[in-house]
Write a protein that binds this ligand. Structure first.
Ligand code: FAD
Ligand code: DLZ
Ligand code: SF4
Length: 511
């Protein structure tokens, strides 16, 4: 008798290439996919994120069945059911007989430990490596052993060389590894921003929308603006649209921010890559193919985009698995202030925060520099509780999974990991926001002022941040200039700034 395997496919493993499906025997083996309350409820996910994941899971199950795989699909039971992977699986295998379970390693520590601790008490479990990444967790650990301190840049160069990406005779194409300096322009309002393709909402998605509204009425956001692809075909179409219309301008306007434009020239592909509808390797290959065939696609844009996926995305995953579970407890700067309620409502007089949070509520999306330099920067400067800000990012974005969200929030935005993700805190005053966006022109605050009732809060918070954390940060060579400026301020000036910032925090953050 042949072995009968049960292949468990999790909600972010929706790919025919997933390693758990390798060697699948259509005569014998079966697939199990489970919608469970534990996953839909471990954080208050944005309604659109729930629709995206549940609808994409249902579409993938349908595609698997159409291709002759035997799929057992368990739909979400009512919110009171308290279903989680473990009890749902236990129930299922009680009624069916299997020799073992095969599952691709889950992306998150929480689920990995559930499998190790609980599933394997029920039945033999084989955990296969997630081969969608360029760098295995083991290889990253080895890289970390010989690179201290860890830096994304050197890891990225190694990835470029190892995978022969944008390389010419062992040298980087274009003669440089990094074109960041050319990628920092504000939007010039001359190049029109492409409109994304509308998404067809089919019967499966309509059913999921109904379910989400019924079971999760109080979660942030609305299903009305639902704009996400729910299957591979749609996601591939989005990738093509991005390459055709956005990639030529991606690099130049990567850091730009504009009111009422959530997309600019960004790809909006992270959610699809994270859940398996697109593979990072195919995205990179298509981008390189376009670069090689279309003269309007510059090396600056191409390298800038590839750096995000081959560099940052892989680095972030490596850092997560290298440092978990301790990583989640890091809080270098003792950030403990409560997350202000306006993060959930968008109701604030700071135009930049209002704009970014409203985009987030409307679309479950906001581009990287908005996450980092607006909502992240505010959390850093205001010393917002690390766990609370991490939970916010984990809940509100369609692409949010802990392995990628946490290093970006706790490490890159909040500097709580003492520089594992970023070699200096990404702290900025209103001046940076004014340079890179048009938010300040419609703000009730004056971006030029540090104190006084209409002074931009980012200014006093910025200097307060430097003053308050001087013992820890002033030796960082990348903060030499701001600390030199601070040293030139009089004690009276500093006191006025501190008083202004503390008053603002008292009135705004503790509400
Ligand atoms: P583009 O700007 O078009 O970039 C292309 C691709 O590069 C993305 O699709 C993504 O796959 C990858 N990428 C870019 N930057 C990063 C990064 N820093 N880390 C990992 N991958 C990156 N990304 C997530 O996928 N999930 C998250 O939960 C998440 N949380 C974040 C929280 C904070 C505080 C910050 C600062 C960033 C976070 N990011 C997260 C990274 C980044 O903001 C998003 O990947 C990006 O905004 C997604 O939009 P896009 O697909 O249009 O990206
Ligand atoms: C994010 C998510 C949600 C909301 N719901 C489910 C679900 O019902 N079933 C499922 O298999 N996966 C879901 N996911 C994705 C999982 O949280 C993700 O696959 C694991 O966290 C990976 O560790
Ligand atoms: Fe934001 Fe300050 Fe500009 Fe207002 S003035 S939009 S608060 S940076």
């Amino acid at each position: 008798m042949k072995n009968k395997n049960l292949i468990v496919i999790l909600g972010d493993q929706l790919s025919f290439q997933i390693s758990s499906l390798a060697g699948f025997d259509k005569q014998n083996d079966e697939i199990l996919m489970m919608e469970v309350m534990e996953e839909t409820g471990y954080t208050p996910h944005h309604k659109q994120k729930l629709v995206l994941i549940l609808s994409a899971m249902r579409h993938f199950a349908m595609e698997l069945s159409e291709k002759g795989y035997k799929v057992n699909y368990i739909k979400l039971k009512t919110p009171v059911s308290k279903s989680h992977f473990h009890n749902t699986l236990a129930n299922f295998i009680q009624k069916h007989s299997f020799d073992k379970i095969i599952v691709t390693a889950p992306s998150e520590y929480r689920v990995y430990h559930e499998i190790k601790a609980l599933w394997s008490k029920l039945i033999k479990v084989v955990i296969r490596e997630d081969e969608r990444f360029y760098c295995s967790i083991e290889s990253f650990k080895n890289h970390a052993k010989t690179h201290s301190p860890l830096r994304m840049e050197y890891f990225y160069r190694e990835m470029r060389k190892q995978h022969h990406i944008l390389m010419e005779n062992n040298r980087p194409v274009g003669g440089r590894w990094n074109f960041d300096q050319s990628n920092r322009q504000p939007y010039d309002f001359k190049i029109s921003i492409p409109k994304p393709n509308p998404i067809q909402i089919d019967k499966i998605t309509r059913e999921v929308i109904k379910l989400v509204n019924q079971y999760f009425p109080d979660n942030i956001g609305s299903t009305e603006h639902f704009h996400w692809c729910v299957n591979r075909e749609q996601a591939l179409e989005q990738l093509n649209v991005f390459i055709e219309h956005c990639l030529p301008y991606f690099g130049r306007f990567q850091d730009a921010m504009i009111a009422d434009e959530h997309r600019l020239f960004h790809s909006l592909l992270s959610a699809y890559i994270n859940i398996g509808l697109l593979l990072p390797k195919e995205v990179i290959e298509k981008v390189i193919e376009a670069f090689e065939n279309r003269s309007e696609i510059s090396i600056e844009s191409t390298e800038g985009f590839i750096r995000q996926i081959l560099g940052w995305r892989e680095y972030v995953r490596g850092v997560y698995w290298l440092h978990m579970p301790g990583y989640s407890e890091k809080n270098l700067l003792n950030a403990i202030n409560p997350l202000p309620s306006f993060y959930w409502s968008g109701k604030t007089e700071m135009a930049c925060m209002r704009e970014v949070i409203q985009q987030t509520i409307d679309f479950a999306y906001s581009h990287h520099i908005q996450r980092l330099m607006i909502t992240g920067n505010f959390a850093l400067l205001a010393g917002i509780n690390i766990k609370q800000i991490c939970e916010w990012y984990l809940a509100v974005y369609a692409d949010a999974f802990e392995w990628v969200e946490m290093p970006n929030t706790l490490g890159m935005a909040c500097y709580a990991d003492n520089g594992i993700m970023a070699s200096k805190p990404y702290a900025a005053s209103g001046n940076y926001i004014n340079k890179m966006s048009n938010f300040c022109s419609s703000c009730r605050y004056d971006v030029k002022k540090r104190t006084g009732k209409d002074a931009c809060p980012f200014n006093s918070l910025y200097w307060r941040f430097l003053i308050k954390n001087q013992n820890i940060l002033s030796s960082n060579p990348r903060l030499r200039y701001p600390y030199a400026t601070l040293a030139k301020m009089s004690e009276d000036q500093k006191e006025a700034i501190m008083n202004h910032a503390e008053q603002f925090l008292k009135e705004t953050v503790s509400t």
